[in-house]
Design a protein around this ligand. Structure first.
Ligand code: CDP
Length: 210
């Protein structure tokens, strides 16, 4: 079974998806880490992301590795985030990563987090959630997380939001059958509880329907 959690930066996807995976005993997939890995590798190798993406060996888990090198921290810098956002606008990069992501979630139980999980990677997902929060709340969370200045984060976030929403290929948008969840002012535990309840209901419906 796939639980798809999509939404913009800072909506709380990572913490929520990890906690939901823990609560259900599912495996967590951070698809954004893959775009970050491609962005970082393109920066370091001074090559276009579309050239780097198909040949890159990305290992995900407690640590993130590119071709064996640990990049867990390196992919979280603002420069890597910006490179990821640019790489993610390239259809060749998306095609390469979506193939890998479909393979990953094709077997077993997954909580997959990203921008296009419910729309492109796993449109058949049993549960789809689109997490949102106000831009100020999202920037505040991110600034706290990375220890950066709020106004700078807010400005960078606006640029990335605009690029995510207006790119031609797989722009950030909720799947028509996704449950919208606004996490502004909502504690993590409550967001997790709601999603776990959706999964339980989907399971019960599947059993009832045969
Ligand atoms: O942490 P944040 O939400 O800012 O970013 P992320 O989830 O780590 O993703 C990094 C970048 O990859 C974002 O700017 C997205 O544009 C892109 N991305 C995407 O296009 N599709 C996905 N499924 C996941 C991430």
């Amino acid at each position: 079974m796939v639980v798809a959690i999509d939404g913009p930066a800072g909506a709380g996807k990572s913490s929520v998806a990890r906690a939901v995976a823990n609560a259900l005993g599912f495996t967590y997939l951070d698809s954004g880490a893959m775009y970050r890995a491609v962005g970082l590798a393109a920066l370091e190798r001074e090559l276009p992301p579309s050239v780097v993406a198909p040949a890159l060996r990305i290992e995900l888990g407690d640590r993130v590795r590119i071709d064996g090198h640990d990049v867990t921290e390196a992919i979280r810098t603002p420069a890597a985030a910006e490179a990821a956002s640019r790489a993610a606008a390239d259809p060749a990069v998306r095609a390469a990563l979506v193939v890998q992501q479909r393979q990953i979630v094709g077997a077993g139980d997954w909580v997959a987090e990203g921008r296009d999980i419910g729309t492109v990677v796993a449109p058949e997902a049993a549960v789809k959630v689109f997490l949102t929060a106000s831009p100020e709340e999202r920037a505040r969370r991110r600034a706290q997380q990375i220890g950066a200045d709020l106004q700078t984060v807010l400005a960078e976030q606006a640029i990335r939001d605009e690029r995510d929403q207006t790119r031609e290929h797989s722009p950030l948008e909720a799947a028509p059958d996704a449950t919208l969840l606004d996490t502004t002012g909502l504690p993590l535990e409550q967001v997790v509880e709601r999603i776990v309840a959706l999964v339980r209901r989907a399971r019960a419906d599947a059993q009832a329907g045969g």
